[in-house]
Structure formats: C-alpha cells, structure tokens
Design a protein around this ligand. Structure first.
Ligand code: CP
Ligand code: NVA
Length: 309
C-alpha cells in the first residue's frame, strides 16, 4: 500500500489530526531554525495542467526545506500533453521519482495516474477536490480558535472543489458546515451524500442552502472562493450576476460570531466574492492560510514518502 493523498475522505480523524500536529511541529521547528532533512535524496515531480502560485511554490520550497528536490513538469511540456497515456506516464515517472503532485482538471485522470503509479500521488487540486488547501485551512483554524470540533464553518459561493474538500474535512473532524450557493451552482449531491454519512458518525452537521445569511449566522469561520474557477473563464459573464448576493461583505460578516475569522484559499477577486473591506479587515486570516500551505504540505510529503504520521 502506498500513501496517496487524493481525497480527505480516504482518511479518518486521528490520521488527519496527526498530520495537523506534524504540520504544527514542522512550523514551530522552522521558526526556531531546527532543520528537518528527512527527504534528503528524494525527488517530487509536480505535474501542472493549470496555473498556480501557492501550490507550486509551497511544494517546491517544502521539498527543499526537507532536504529533497522538486521538479516542475508543465503538462503541456511533457509528452502527456501530446497524447502519451496516463498509465505510461505513471509507470515512467515511478521509475525516477519518489512522489508525484498533480494539479489537473480531471479527478478521474488523477485517480488513474495514482492507480498506475508505484509511488504516492498527491492531489494539488482537481476540479472536484483541493485537500492540501483544506489541511492548511484546518491548521489555520486550529491556530486561531484553539480547536476544531464543534466549530461552525460557513462556505458562501460556488459549490466547487473548495466547497467539497471543506465539507469533507469539517465532517471528518466534527465541525458543523453550512454551504450557501445559488440553486444552479450547488455542491455535487454525490459529495454531500457521503459527507452526511461521515457527519452522522462524527456528530457534525451539514446544511446546504441558497441563503448566505442563514449559512453565516453564528459561524466561527466564514469562507469563500472565486466564483469562476480555473477552466471556467468563458462562464464568467453568466456566473457573476447569479452570484451577486453571495458576496462576503461586512454586513454578511456581522451575522457571524463577533470573533469569526474570514478565510479564502486565494487567489481572490475583490469586488466579486469578497469586498476589499473584509479581505483586508481585522477578521481576515488569508495570508496565514497561504503560509500554512507550506507547513501542512511538508507533513503530507513526509506521510506520503516516508509514511510518517
Ligand atoms: N490556493 C491555491 O491553490 O493557490 P494556487 O492556485 O496559487 O496554487
Ligand atoms: N476553485 C478554485 C480554487 C483555486 C485555488 C479553482 O479551481 O480555480
């Protein structure tokens, strides 16, 4: 068994909490100057079919800090982009690398890549899930709130990859989640069905609504993401008017708890899903989240490559 990291639903609460503890330790050690070179001599291949700032830089820096090396592989510039099959690519890369991180627009292709690879595959975002981002988000919430269980997270916006992975992470760890999206852009019912089953065991609650005010009411965390994900650029004109009541502004934030934090995976589009006032305001922890990509992913790399938990 190899240690893929493709969807949070592949993990139980103790495993995710163990990864978060390791991420906290790696962060504290980095700040103290305590080195971690556990991945000396190891190489991560980073296959990107879409743009990235945070994922690319934090994985590359994370590998470097752990004593290893990362290779950027644009899918347009490797033979995969010219029709080499996923299974051949997987078997070739497995002969050189110690792990693959991939960002693409087909979760099914990512699963196929993992199936044919003898090395671990890490999901750096697919159109369905973004689990590495959510690990960084959970680390950030714990830092600001002192725990996770029993908190309420409200996600306002597109029922996309971020919404799906946040639902997964919150349900596994016993957080309540309310998701508010326009009727035609709700989360995938297949995901919500699975989340309801997980939530029934963990004691968390899931609310799916078209009313942002209902979702945000009493929330400890208010989260949003772009209305137009990568690959949907041609839908922007159609989507923006539909989402206009789903903007996170100060009036909406005021319905959450007084000490609520505002989160966004970034990149953010001010004036659309969030106002400048909220994004730059005192409740915003968006750059803590961005930083924690580095620490959370170092824990994921150690788990994937060495099995450390
Ligand atoms: N949040 C996130 O994944 O950012 P990038 O697209 O810049 O990697
Ligand atoms: N939902 C966004 C997340 C970007 C990190 C996208 O898929 O483009």
């Amino acid at each position: 068994m190899k240690n893929d990291f493709i969807s949070l639903t592949d993990f139980d609460a103790p495993t995710l909490l163990g990864l978060l503890d390791n991420a906290d330790q790696l962060k504290a050690d980095l700040k103290k100057g305590v080195p971690h070179k556990e991945l000396a001599g190891r190489t991560l291949g980073m296959v990107f079919a879409k743009s990235s700032t945070r994922t690319r830089v934090s994985f590359e820096v994370g590998m470097y800090q752990l004593g290893g090396h990362a290779l950027f592989l644009s899918s347009n510039e490797i033979q995969l982009g010219r029709g080499e099959t996923i299974s051949d690519t997987a078997r070739v890369l497995s002969r050189y690398l110690d792990a693959i991180m991939i960002r693409n627009d087909s979760h099914a292709d990512m699963v196929e890549l993992a199936h044919h690879s003898s090395i671990p595959v890490i999901n750096g975002l697919s159109e369905r899930f973004h689990p590495c981002q959510v690990m960084a988000d959970l680390q950030t919430i714990r830092e600001h709130k002192g725990g996770l269980k029993g908190l309420k997270l409200a996600y306002v916006g597109d029922g996309n990859n971020m919404a799906h992975s946040l639902m997964n992470g919150c349900a596994i760890l016993g957080m309540d989640i309310a998701v508010a999206s326009p009727a035609e852009y709700q989360v995938d019912p297949v995901v919500s069905r699975q989340v309801r089953e997980i939530a029934a065991h963990s004691g968390s609650g899931l609310v799916i609504t078209e009313d942002p005010r209902e979702a945000v009411s009493g929330a400890d965390v208010v989260y949003t993401d772009t209305w137009v994900s990568m690959g949907q650029e041609e839908l922007k004109r159609a989507k923006v008017p539909v989402f206009k009541n789903f903007q996170v502004n100060q009036d909406l934030m005021n319905l959450a708890r007084k000490d609520a934090i505002f989160m966004h995976c970034l990149p953010a589009y001010r004036g659309y899903e969030v106002t400048e006032e909220v994004f730059e305001g005192p409740q915003s922890v968006v750059f803590d989240e961005a930083e924690n990509r580095l620490h959370a992913q170092k824990a994921i790399l150690l788990y994937a490559i060495l099995g450390s938990l």
